[in-house]
Design a protein around this ligand. Structure first.
Ligand SMILES: Nc1ncnc2c1ncn2[C@@H]1O[C@H](COP(=O)(O)OP(=O)(O)O)[C@@H](O)[C@H]1O
Ligand SMILES: [Mg+2]
Length: 249
C-alpha cells in the first residue's frame, strides 16, 4: 500500500467570519495525482494557500509525510518539500533556460558553490531528465523571458521537479494555453504519475479526462465528493453544486 504524502485534516480558514475553506479533510498518497474540481469560489486556491503557508489556517492540520507543517512560514514549507507552481511563473526571465534549471538544482546548496564548482552528477542527471520530460531541449540557450507561454509553464514545473519537490501543487496549469500546449501539459503530467505526488486544480474537463485518477470536488469550502471521474459525474450532490454554472464542462 502507498503511504500518505499529504494529510489534510479538518483544514479551514475564516476571513472575517466567512469560511473560505471549512473543515476540509483528504489524504493524498505518495505518487498519486489528485485532481481538485469545484465551482468558482469553492475554495480551491485558498486550500492551496493553506497547504503552502501563504495563508494561515484557523482550524485543522496539514502533514507532509507525517510531519506537521500547519502554519509554518512559507519558505519552511517549501523547504520541507511542497512545491507550488504559480500563475505567473517564478522563473528568472533574464537567465537562459538551462541556467534556470541549474539554479533550481542548486537551491539546497549555495548558488555560488555551484557557479564555482559546478553541479554534482546527480543534479546534472536530474536536469537532463527534466529537459527530456519538458521537451525544452531545443530552447536551452533561450532567455527564459523569451519563451512562449506554454514553455514558461513547463520550465517552472521542471524547476520544481529538479528541486525534487515531494508534493507539487498546480493551480489551473493550462490557463491561457493553446490546445496543443494543453495536450503537451497532459503528457508531461501523465509521465510524472507514480514518480511525483501532484495536486492539480483544473477547470478544463478535456484536460482532466486526460490526466485524472482520483478526483476531489470542493463546494463552499467543503469536500463534496471524492472518486473516479465516472463516480463524480454520476454524483447527485456534484450535479447540484454545478447547477446554474452549466454543469461540469
Ligand atoms: N484573503 C481573502 N479575504 C477574503 N475572502 C477571500 C480571501 N481569499 C479568498 N477569499 C474568498 O474565498 C472564496 C474562495 O476563493 P478561492 O479559494 O479563490 O476559490 P476557487 O479557487 O475555488 O475559485 C471566495 O469567495 C473568495 O472571494
Ligand atoms: Mg482558484
Amino acid at each position: 500500500m502507498r503511504k500518505p504524502a499529504l494529510t489534510i485534516d479538518g483544514l479551514g480558514v475564516s476571513f472575517g467570519g466567512f469560511k473560505a475553506v471549512d473543515g476540509f479533510t483528504t489524504v493524498v498518497n505518495d505518487g498519486e495525482l489528485r485532481v481538485v474540481l469545484g465551482p468558482n469560489g469553492a475554495g480551491k486556491t485558498t486550500m492551496m494557500d493553506l497547504i503552502s503557508g501563504k495563508t494561515a489556517a484557523t482550524e485543522g492540520k496539514v502533514y507532509l509525510y507525517g510531519q506537521e507543517i500547519t502554519n509554518k512560514p512559507e519558505h519552511e514549507i517549501a523547504r520541507a518539500g511542497i512545491g507550488r507552481k504559480f500563475q505567473i511563473p517564478s522563473i528568472f526571465r533574464d537567465l537562459r533556460v538551462r541556467e534556470n534549471l541549474e539554479v533550481a538544482a542548486a537551491r539546497e546548496t549555495s548558488v555560488f558553490r555551484n557557479l564555482r564548482l559546478g553541479l554534482r552528477k546527480e543534479e546534472r542527471d536530474r536536469i537532463e531528465e527534466v529537459i527530456d520530460l519538458t521537451r525544452l531541449g531545443d530552447v536551452l540557450d533561450t532567455r527564459a523571458g523569451d519563451l512562449s507561454h506554454g514553455q514558461m509553464q513547463w520550465l517552472e514545473l521542471g524547476m520544481l521537479i529538479v528541486q525534487d519537490a515531494r508534493v507539487i501543487l498546480l493551480d489551473e496549469p493550462t490557463a491561457g494555453m493553446t490546445q496543443a500546449e494543453t495536450l503537451k501539459t497532459s503528457r508531461i503530467i501523465n509521465e510524472l504519475k507514480g514518480k511525483h505526488t501532484l495536486i492539480v486544480v483544473e477547470h478544463d474537463m478535456a484536460f482532466v479526462r486526460e490526466i485524472a485518477e482520483r478526483i476531489t470536488v470542493m463546494h463552499m469550502g467543503k469536500l463534496l465528493a471524492e472518486g473516479s471521474i465516472a463516480q463524480i459525474e454520476a454524483d447527485a450532490a456534484v450535479r447540484e453544486a454545478y447547477l446554474g454554472s452549466g454543469g461540469i464542462h
